[in-house]
Design a protein around this ligand. Structure first.
Ligand SMILES: CC(C)(COP(=O)(O)OP(=O)(O)OC[C@H]1O[C@@H](n2cnc3c(N)ncnc32)[C@H](O)[C@@H]1OP(=O)(O)O)[C@@H](O)C(=O)NCCC(=O)NCCS
Length: 187
């Protein structure tokens, strides 16, 4: 991270606005957070209404802190104003210059390039203003959409962890993918 961390969002892309969550986003967030298909490979969900509210309250409290080691942003679909997903960037303490990310989208918006569009915008900011050296992510080995997307983003598979996460009462294997600033610059 840079020495003087200013909020680096909202970020606007061609079709999306990545911004902080608002209380009024609750119905949109619940629409994808309650879908078992969306959270199938995740260590959370499907969320009931009370859990969605708790998560949103936690995000609202985190907005009072800056800088923060984890930033959760709403992905707003500009054409209809709906929040279609969320993006989490985990930033280590200043000086470490590495970050990890995760994201989830409403099923109706899958396979239209939205996740790639948002991630590319985050990479540009991360390797640009934030001065990151490395960005990494993990994916359940069975979550083909997730790790194919990471490959499409130019990330390299660095590891296959065996039974490293307990998800929905079962141990899962994960791939770890990463991209370096120099690799990003070449794309
Ligand atoms: C994984 C996820 C974020 C992908 O979002 P998306 O908006 O559909 O992804 P994109 O449309 O940007 O796809 C980009 C690339 O990812 C790959 N991809 C995405 N979905 C895929 C699928 N179902 N099968 C195979 N590859 C897929 C493809 O390479 C695709 O490029 P292409 O369409 O040109 O072939 C979305 O499926 C999702 O929200 N899943 C549930 C939550 C989750 O698993 N999150 C990731 C773990 S943190």
């Amino acid at each position: 991270m840079s020495e003087d961390p200013k909020p680096w969002f909202p970020i606007r892309t061609e079709r999306l606005l990545l911004r902080e969550f608002r209380v009024s986003d609750e119905a949109d967030v619940h629409a994808y957070g309650s879908d078992p298909e969306v959270s199938r490979f995740m260590d959370w969900g499907p969320n009931d209404a009370a859990t969605t509210r708790e998560v949103m309250q936690r995000w609202a409290r985190s907005q009072e802190v800056w800088p923060r080691d984890e930033v959760n942003l709403a992905v707003e679909h500009l054409a209809d104003g709906r929040v279609i997903g969320s993006f989490r960037l985990g930033l280590k303490a200043p000086g470490h210059r590495t970050a990890d990310f995760g994201h989830s989208y409403h099923r109706a918006y899958w396979r239209q390039g939205y996740a790639a569009e948002a991630a590319r915008a985050l990479f540009a900011v991360g390797f640009g203003d934030l001065g990151l050296h490395r960005i990494w992510a993990t994916a359940d080995v069975r979550n083909i959409a997730s790790w194919r997307l990471l490959e499409k983003l130019g990330m390299r598979r660095e590891a296959h962890f065996r039974q490293d996460v307990l998800v929905k009462a079962a141990w899962r294997d994960s791939f770890l993918y990463a991209i370096l600033a120099e690799g990003h610059g070449r794309r």
